[in-house]
Design a protein around this ligand. Structure first.
Ligand SMILES: Cc1ncc(COP(=O)(O)O)c(C=O)c1O
Length: 393
């Protein structure tokens, strides 16, 4: 009789579900836990998006059908226009734009299109845990590029050239960053782009948080706005966070033409197309009124001030860098602890507060925790009231 586990592939057996989801699942078993673990905004999908979908359900006889693998032409055109408005660069909806089922699928599909086993992808450390897992699932290696905590988690440009090897295929970046909230500068990103072009690498920009930059909008720079680098940059936008559409599973990619062709093979073999109903929602999100973007950002800005003020009151427990964008803060643990995992489990069990252990985000994340501040203010207040009661003020 075969043990079930004998059937599991080595690459899957070798990984665990991401710590973010593990903590979310643990928290769900603790009634009343105050969870800062999952970057799931509290916002409801805006009304005009919901109404557009409701109307399409009633009126569009094709609403229940597949679309072409690269998505509805109207949505690709709207994505190209959104990209032009954001970057000043004109892209061709047919040759350069493809619709994905969100950035998780977009990144995985893209990695699948470029990686062979043994290839390498340079990722920031700390960086987004799911990227490491996606790379590992393809038999490739995530090469950690340590961020400079002393300089507010900046990119360490001097360290980059030595990380490039004959097996390097791509450099994968998130700015504003998850988990640190750092916005990488134009200077830093241009240096990365130039190196990628010189060494024949692809820069993959996974961008869920470009609309959440607070007072730092001027600092935000999109490397896909540089025409000379266009062959070396893949830009992935998701509707999940800024349009409060995480459950709709929708994103788009702006890609070099050769890459779009390759990605489509993988996307088609995986899911055929992003759900049409979500594409209709995405079209409403891009072409309807945009007030919710500013509204969400204003609310998140208030929550950022709140969480920073509450962290300031616990200097014996946490030391942190104020996030410039996104909605995460990544404090260093100053209280006594063994490692970030032990600390996070202890907080859950003893204080009913849920945070994500920093070690999930790479070796440099050890002795840190990630706290999201996209949830209602009462949750943030409750979590910190409990932390103060637990550690003393
Ligand atoms: C860096 C990063 N990429 C991708 C995702 C997931 O995006 P999507 O919902 O579009 O799959 C997240 C969500 O937290 C994220 O932080």
């Amino acid at each position: 009789m075969t043990d079930d586990t004998d059937l599991v592939s080595k690459s899957v057996a070798g990984i665990t579900v991401s710590a973010i989801k593990e903590m979310a699942m643990r928290a769900a078993r603790v009634p009343g836990a105050a969870s800062l673990t999952w970057g799931l905004p509290s916002f409801r999908t805006p009304e005009h998006i919901r109404h557009a979908v409701a109307a399409a359900l009633d009126d569009d006889p094709d609403i229940g059908k597949y679309t072409l693998p690269d998505g509805l032409p109207q949505l690709r055109a709207a994505a190209a226009e959104a990209h032009r408005a954001a970057t000043g660069v004109t892209v061709d909806p047919d040759r350069n734009v493809t619709i994905t089922a969100g950035n998780m699928e977009g990144v995985k599909t893209l990695l699948c299109a470029i990686l062979d086993p043994g290839d390498e992808v340079i990722v920031t450390d700390p960086g987004f845990a799911s990227h490491f897992i996606q790379i590992g699932l393809l038999g490739a290696k995530a090469v950690f590029w340590r961020l400079d905590e002393a300089r507010g988690w900046a990119l360490d440009l001097e360290a980059l050239p030595a990380l490039v090897t004959a097996r390097s295929k791509a450099i994968l970046l998130v700015s504003p960053s998850n988990p640190t909230g750092r916005i990488f500068t134009r200077y830093e990103l241009m240096a990365v782009g130039r190196l990628a072009a010189e060494r024949g690498l692809l820069v993959i920009l996974d961008d869920p948080y470009g609309h959440f930059t607070y007072e730092n909008r001027e600092r935000y720079f999109n490397l896909s706005s540089v025409p000379e680098l266009a062959d070396h940059v893949a830009y992935l936008f998701t509707f999940s966070k800024c349009h409060a559409m995480s459950g709709w599973r929708l994103g788009y990619g702006v890609l070099p033409e050769w890459l779009k062709r390759e990605i489509l093979k993988v996307h088609d073999a995986t899911m055929i197309c992003a759900p049409r109903i979500s594409q209709v929602a995405g079209l409403a999100a891009l072409s309807g009124e945009q007030e919710h973007l500013g509204e969400f950002e204003r609310i998140l800005a208030r929550r950022r001030e709140l969480i920073c003020a509450r962290l300031d009151a616990l200097p014996h427990v946490f030391d942190y860098v104020k996030p410039e964008g996104a909605y995460y803060v990544f404090p260093r643990i100053r209280a006594e602890h063994r490692d970030s995992y032990e600390f996070a489990i202890r907080l859950l069990e003893q204080a009913k507060v849920v945070v994500t252990p920093g070690s999930a985000f790479g070796p440099a994340g050890e002795h840190h925790v990630r706290m999201a501040f996209c949830m209602d203010e009462q949750v943030i207040e409750a979590a910190f009231d409990r932390l103060e009661a637990h550690f003393g003020q």
